[in-house]
Design a protein around this ligand. Structure first.
Ligand SMILES: NC(=O)c1ccc[n+]([C@@H]2O[C@H](COP(=O)([O-])OP(=O)(O)OC[C@H]3O[C@@H](n4cnc5c(N)ncnc54)[C@H](OP(=O)(O)O)[C@@H]3O)[C@@H](O)[C@H]2O)c1
Length: 244
């Protein structure tokens, strides 16, 4: 498979379904070699095999992003297997919505562990590889994080902790952007509104035509295929008609 990302080595977390899977498929179609990270190995292997049937190159790596040591080991294994890491897509995430008075504290902790600590673990593990890769032939490396429209504005009371994790991720990425630009590591945030995935299954969108995972994947491909000088730092994207 050949395309605009030939020779680019990418890590996608949360690649076993939804936005991560669609992103991995889109990147492989553009010629990237993609490391698929998540907990459900069977799904990762199925996706990798399917990508291979279309001539793409994807490899499955089982990891729980809440486990810092496991993430470090996995990222280092990916770098050894692929020769380098040019791009990290932080995508793994979970969302549970409830009013604070009704909330299950364990669900709050899980959201913080996956959506915030997971991003910190993956970013920290990948950064040395990205800085190194930026010195190579491509001349740039990329760290893209899938946040949410809820990371820009709290849409409703039940978004409490989910929105808090996404706001935190936005602040972290802005600091990374300021630190890493001089080393030619671009840092970008993607902030989707409603997307049809497992996370939103059972949700009634009413008249609204929600985004597809491939819409987010297309945006990430666009960000990664800009000229080296052109960093896209933030993309807020909502289904047309979504009000919050
Ligand atoms: N759907 C939406 O409307 C929407 C809107 C805005 C932003 N987002 C964001 O988009 C991202 C992807 O979500 P999605 O909508 O595509 O949902 P999804 O289909 O449920 O995908 C979530 C992914 O995260 C992985 N994951 C969850 N916990 C993990 C853990 N502890 N370790 C490793 N991987 C883990 C899951 O894999 P395993 O279960 O196999 O580990 C899965 O691959 C999330 O960050 C989410 O907040 C979604």
């Amino acid at each position: 498979m050949s395309g605009r990302l030939d020779g680019v080595r990418v890590v996608v977390t949360g690649a076993s379904s939804g936005i991560g899977e669609a992103t991995a498929r889109a990147l492989a179609t553009e010629g990237a070699t993609v490391a698929l990270l998540a907990r459900r190995t069977d799904m990762l292997e199925e996706i990798a095999a399917d990508i291979a049937t279309t001539g793409g190159d994807a490899r499955a790596y089982q990891v729980d992003v809440t486990d810092a040591a496991a993430v470090r080991d996995t990222v280092n294994s990916v770098a050894a297997d692929l020769g380098a890491i040019d791009v990290l897509v932080n995508n793994a995430g979970v969302g549970s919505m409830s009013l604070a008075v009704d909330a299950d504290l364990d669900e709050w902790h899980t959201m913080v562990d996956v959506n915030l600590h997971g991003v910190l673990h993956s970013s920290h593990a990948a950064l040395p590889h990205l800085v190194e890769a930026a010195k190579g032939a491509r001349g740039v490396a990329d760290l893209i994080t899938v946040s949410s429209a809820s990371g820009r504005r709290v849409p409703k009371p039940t978004s409490n902790v989910y929105a808090a994790t996404k706001h935190a991720v936005g602040a972290f990425c802005e600091a990374l952007r300021q630190e890493l630009g001089p080393q030619h590591v671009r840092v970008g945030l993607v902030e989707p509104g409603f997307v049809v995935t497992d996370m939103t299954s059972g949700r009634d969108f009413g008249e609204l035509e929600a985004l597809e995972a491939s819409d987010v994947a297309d945006t990430i491909v666009f960000m990664l295929t800009r000229p080296r000088r052109h960093g896209i730092n933030e993309v807020l994207m909502r289904a047309i008609g979504q009000d919050s």
